[in-house]
Design a protein. Structure first.
Lengths: 143, 143
DNA sequence: ATAAAATTGAAAATCATTTTCATATTTGAG
DNA sequence: CTCAAATATGAAAATGATTTTCAATTTTAT
């Protein structure tokens, strides 16, 4: 039994709403829940299931990336556009307070090269979450 | 009301069973579920909740690392047996097959400095798991 | 216009993990 | 040893994100 070639699928306003929203906020990431609530607030008819389903399709099509920010419940989604898979920024999370720094960082870009060349792995800067302690949380603890 | 200083905790046979199992299979990774089922099969009284709770402690103690493999439901745990938390040694995990490379890597040491100096975070190289794809998993997929 | 193909969404189901809470165990003090 | 406080356990229930179900609706090609 052979798979039929993938098609773009039918065009629906839900799909268009979702893609428009993601494009409009191309630099930001959202959970499926956040996106669902966004449309609910606006009164736009985009159901929760539909958000999940279409996000999955967009991820498969390479228009959106999906990743987890640990300690933070659900997966996050971010629009990246077809030809720009490497446009990724990195996430530096404070292990104490959860603050997230979004890094566009040449040093980490070089790290990716280093890992490829010296350790033989294709580094995944999207899935990798860098942990540390933010400056506030580095202050001495009170007991 | 002040927090009492953390202690190692009481010694229980469940903890010992768990640690013994993990040490015995130091090179392999398991889900909490797999470990629970293992003990259930043997008739050893180690409850599911206890598995989760003690794994978490071992992770905090630095004896075990926790990470996610894609498409694979739950988190994976692997014994690494490092007593010295400050002994620079990083983990590079293949997001596909789970292979772990243990890196002693000057480049990542420098990354820690860079993150401190340029981003104001005290980098936690122990909690951070670097993800990528190992050379085997980089080969083209079959459909 | 119409029928097949695909999509939607509310509700139910799943699945890993966490919480609850009553009971049991460990440990240190006396 | 004895006892009580601190801690751990585990069954069951709760949680929370995501997926499935399935009947109704929408899209598209004919």
């Amino acid at each position: 039994m052979k798979q039929r070639r993938l098609k773009t699928g039918y065009n629906t306003k839900q799909k268009e709403s979702l893609l428009a929203f993601l494009k409009q906020h191309g630099g930001a990431h959202f959970t499926a829940e956040e996106i669902f609530i966004h449309f609910a607030r606006l009164g736009e008819p985009v159901g929760q299931t539909t958000v999940y389903r279409n996000l999955e399709k967009l991820v498969n099509d390479g228009l959106v990336i999906k990743y987890d920010l640990q300690g933070n419940g659900g997966a996050c989604f971010q629009y990246i556009g077809i030809d720009d898979k490497r446009n990724g920024h990195y996430h530096l999370v404070c292990a104490s307070c959860g603050e997230i720094a979004h890094l566009e960082c040449g040093f980490i870009d070089k790290l990716a090269e280093h890992i490829r060349d010296d350790h033989g792995f294709d580094f995944d800067g999207q899935k990798t979450v860098f942990y540390g302690r933010c400056s506030d949380c580095q202050k001495p603890e009170e007991l």
